[in-house]
Design a protein around this ligand. Structure first.
Ligand code: SDX
Length: 432
């Protein structure tokens, strides 16, 4: 809950002083409440990339970038990854508390019974080229849900908001797995209600009609943990995109499609695919210094993918959990000395001892190790970001629900610092 303080900030411009109130939350930096600044001073604030801007008030996820701390509704990500499961974490993010046993059974039962897609949606998959990037398919089919689930698009009806939320959490694994099956020319596998969430996703990805598929518990446990680690992350670019789309009153399926589109970028969720491609391009530890030099070269646009973060100026706690999980999964799968993992560990060690990375506080982020596990599980790199989108859907929906249920919701409409041509009159050809 936002709390007013007795503190204010005085801003003096051209001899006029205005006082700006300072508000505080339960954790993190206080804020200057500048909502009336333009009315009082005729001035905008200027903050491209929103490096110093709190866009909203939220109770869901807290990040302390200096400490490398991530809390979902107050619970440390390390504890949730170790002790919980993705559907329980989904309930926590959506409703604010860990569920009782009966609440969990009710919620997971609802999700289980919404995993199938409207059969006619199969036609959307078949309209894509086989070599379409799975993110293009996932983004397109997600938006197309607006055309099929008309009974859950009215954002003013709490029941419809709840149904849309359950539908998307339930159906994204089906959409993502079918995008994969379509890209490899295999038949779609339907969800099975007797399987847990992560197990079901793996069987939809890797089972074939020609033989029985038994889900490997090592893989389903690792998959579930990867979903938990990616579920939410405060006001990142894609969540802010979902919030901005939702502020116009757009239907929930369209808002989540907007989030998927934003996540695709290599500076954001696309970094897991880019990071593994980079590690493979490096190929062996003796080429690491060449890439570190490129990353440090101001004239070279190359950046170490999976490194650095807008908020974390310490280890991303998710990358620590992911690194440990990578060791466990590869060992349990009998994959010893995986060259890509060796390069990743050596790269991390060298970078963290390098003055450039120390001074700029650049550490591995969630995307640095995730690709190594996903590849070992059998996924191609093109499937890494769709899996990120699958997991982040519950975070986007939690943030969307929080925003839509705020009675003071306003459409997001930033202003600008205009630096273009001042007023001028139209000129005919002969005068140009
Ligand atoms: C995700 O926001 C979230 O929460 C996102 C996310 C989530 O869960 O939603 O955590 C998921 O998107 C993780 C980030 C994945 N992206 C990458 O791994 C791509 C590589 N990283 C960079 O592109 C960069 O670090 C960003 C985009 C992640 C953050 O960029 P910022 O905050 O805008 O920082 P910046 O670009 O201003 O960098 C600060 C300095 C710059 O040098 P100077 O101009 O000050 O001299 O650090 C340098 C940058 O050049 N730098 C890097 C670098 N990242 C930043 N140099 C080399 N390699 C890098 N990876």
């Amino acid at each position: 809950m936002l709390e007013k303080t007795s503190k204010t900030a005085k801003i003096t411009i051209d001899g006029t002083t205005v006082e700006v109130p300072v508000n505080k939350g339960s954790l993190g930096p206080d804020v200057l409440d500048i909502r009336s600044l333009y009315k009082q001073t005729g001035l905008f604030t200027f903050d491209p990339g929103f490096t110093s801007t709190a866009s909203c008030e939220s109770d869901i996820t807290f990040i302390d970038g200096d400490k490398g701390e991530l809390l979902y509704r107050g619970y440390p990500i390390e504890q949730l990854a170790d002790k919980s499961n993705f559907l329980e974490v989904s309930y926590l993010l959506l409703y604010g508390e860990l569920p009782t046993k009966s609440q969990y059974e009710d919620f997971s039962g609802k999700v289980t019974r919404h995993t199938m897609l409207h059969e006619q949606m199969l036609n959307f998959f078949r309209g894509f080229r086989r070599d379409a990037h799975p993110m293009a398919i996932v983004c397109g089919v997600q938006a197309a849900m607006s055309a099929f689930y008309h009974d859950s698009t009215d954002i003013n009806d709490p029941w419809q908001r709840e149904v849309a939320t359950i539908r998307m959490i339930a159906k994204l694994p089906t959409i993502v797995s079918w995008a994969y099956k379509y890209s490899i020319g295999q038949p779609f596998a339907y969800p099975k209600n007797n399987l847990q969430y992560a197990q079901n996703f793996l069987q939809m990805c890797f089972s074939v009609p020609a033989e029985e598929y038994v889900v490997d518990p090592i893989l389903s446990s690792a998959m579930d943990k990867i979903f938990i680690l990616h579920a939410d992350h405060e006001q990142n670019a894609s969540t802010s995109t979902v919030r901005l789309a939702a502020s116009s009153g757009a239907n929930p399926f369209a808002c989540i499609a907007a989030g998927i589109a934003c996540l695709w970028g290599p500076a954001h969720g696309g970094a897991n695919e880019a990071a593994l491609n980079m590690l493979k391009e490096i190929g062996s530890p003796d080429r690491i210094s060449e890439f570190i030099s490129k990353a440090k070269d101001k004239n070279d646009p190359f950046r170490l993918m999976g490194f650095g973060h807008r908020v974390y100026k310490n280890f991303d706690p998710r990358s620590r959990v992911m690194k440990q999980s990578a060791d466990e999964v590869l060992e349990l799968m009998g994959i010893t000395n995986n060259p890509t993992l060796q390069v990743a560990k050596e790269l991390e060690k060298i970078a963290l001892e390098d003055e450039y990375f120390i001074e700029k506080k650049l550490y591995p982020n969630v995307d640095f190790y995730s690709g190594i596990i996903l590849e070992a599980m059998g996924f191609p790199t093109s499937m890494f970001t769709p899996i990120f989108a699958l997991a982040r859907t519950v975070g986007w929906l939690s943030q969307w629900q929080e925003m839509i249920s705020d009675p003071n919701i306003k459409i997001g409409r930033p202003r600008q610092l205009f630096t273009g041509k001042t007023h001028r009159d139209y000129l005919p050809y002969e005068k140009r």
